[in-house]
Design a protein around this ligand. Sequence first.
Ligand code: SF4
Length: 293
Amino acid sequence: MANLEQKYPDNASGDFFVDRTCIDCDACRRIAPAVFSEASDHSYVSRQPDSEAERLRALMALVACPTGSIGTQSRQDVRPALAAYPERVSENVFFCGFTSSDSFGAWSYFVERPDGNLLVDSPRAVNRLLHHFEERGGVRTMFLTHRDDVADHAAFARRFGCERVLHERDVAGGTREIERKLSGSEPVRLAEDLVAIPTPGHTRGHAVLLYRDKYLFTGDHLAWSARRGQLVAFRDACWYSWEEQTRSMERLLDFSFEWVLPGHGAWHHASSPAAMRRELEKCVRWMKKATVA
Ligand code: SF4
């Protein structure tokens, strides 16, 4: 629950505010960019919502915020915002909302599949999501891109008996019991429409997931930067090896996809697999230059 007495002074005057517990994860800025902006180390309300649509987006940011850092001075009905999640990205792919502070606000995704539903990384295990997943047949597979974004994985496994998948190099105390540990560097076909691709770099055991040769769930390996207008990796948040991450990025050129859906940073939909490939090639060139610099 955000605290009015702790609100940042740079918030625009009005109902919505961000307080000093903000961890600068960027979720609110992506969910409601008309309302929230970035300061040096936090988000703030740069403009109060001035339509019902903007107010709903601001409330969706409020309920998705991992630290409860967004508040309102008046009493607001958040039920429509809660009901807006999971939010459709495209076709049967959904953004879960309800980010977790344990994953530093990373985004997770839900995919409704005829062969069993898929969860990519872990949202907060809030009742709204648990009921929603249950109504749609539960969760069969939970793909964990890397050790940082596992959050409430155990709660989902308990509720749905799903098979959790994580690369063995990223298994730690809290994930020892997971059902399927990937190994090595070669891609692994998990199902006809799902390929796990090890992408060491951000962490030693990072992996991305390719769905239907169309959607690439990229965790903290690859994202779109609106500021640079290109695909990027996060050099400042590369915990294992930038050189290795660059090689992992180059190997992704062997695969075809149109969507990049990350944990942090913006997602990107290219007009075609060829257009995405050109973006990826540009990213690899940029990473190689950054290696030399
Ligand atoms: S979603 Fe919450 S923690 Fe993340 S940047 Fe916004 S206010 Fe801060």
